[in-house]
Design a protein around this ligand. Sequence first.
Ligand SMILES: [Zn+2]
Length: 350
Amino acid sequence: MLPYTTIPGVTVAKLQTFIKKMPKAELHVHLEGSVLPATLLKLARRHQIALPADTVEGLREWYTFRDFDHFIEIYMVISSCLRTAEDIELITREFLQEQARQNILYTEATFTPYNQYMNCQLDFQPQMEAVNRARRWGYQELGVQMNVIMDIPRIIPPDQGDRVAGWALEWFGGGLAALGLGGPEVDNPPEKYRRAFNRVRQAGIPCVLHAGETVGPSSIWSALKVAESRRIGHGVRAVEDPALVEHLRAAQTPLEVCPTSNLCLGVYPSMEAHSLPVLMESGLFITLNSDDPPMFNTTLTEEYLRCQRAFGWEQEVIQGLVMNAVEAALLPEEEKAGLRKKFLKQFAAL
Ligand SMILES: [Zn+2]
């Protein structure tokens, strides 16, 4: 942790303004899960695909989270509308515009090209080239930087996981920062893709797995043992195993906590019941993230605002969490030093 200066007497209103303006970094957000209703409508019209609603308002209502099955339904409809490289470039550009609007200067976005490969016979290469065109544009025009974590969707057979690992080997360093694992955690442990993770790890590619969200501590232990997961996507249920909490604390393995997502998916009934304050008091390395923002009716800015209200966070805590995300970024040390400097400069000017 870096030293911070507390400003005494900062009111909640001032803190909220601070949160909106401050530089941010986000490490757990899904590219496909960030498609806005208006964009989905545009894509569906482009490909003449019927949607459950044909106006932005109607779609926004349909987007409102109901339960896990409904969440997967939205996800699959979005994926079925991503039929060409141009579609991928469009959603990536719009994603970066939204990140820029929130002053999110650095993002590691999870991307699941396998879905488009399976649903729309869209090869991986043109998908990644499209993402890279948008990335370059975002950096030059908006001043926001993004790298990709490509994930294996947990429902696919192990040999298809090997296929995704092959793509990771091909594109590592060309916009790709890590291999991930996402999708339904129950009955799909990391062990299922042990071979894929071994292959990429041997090539020096970092792995970042979702774990400890709908399955408890065993899933996190597996992510650490099978893939040496550099960070844990969610990881909030680590709190159920004191030995795991101690392990994560000692190793300072970053957790990518997404509170609103956890509430929507029923991991915790309320913000007050969330494990986040306990995890922080236990000395774990925490970052704050939005996961699938429009589906959970949130943004990264909103996550900070909600947590500030629920947990009474002061400015130094908020700034500390932002800087944690910078420190946990999968960047070469030289690049990270540049990013750190940029963030501290913006914080100093606030
Ligand atoms: Zn996620």
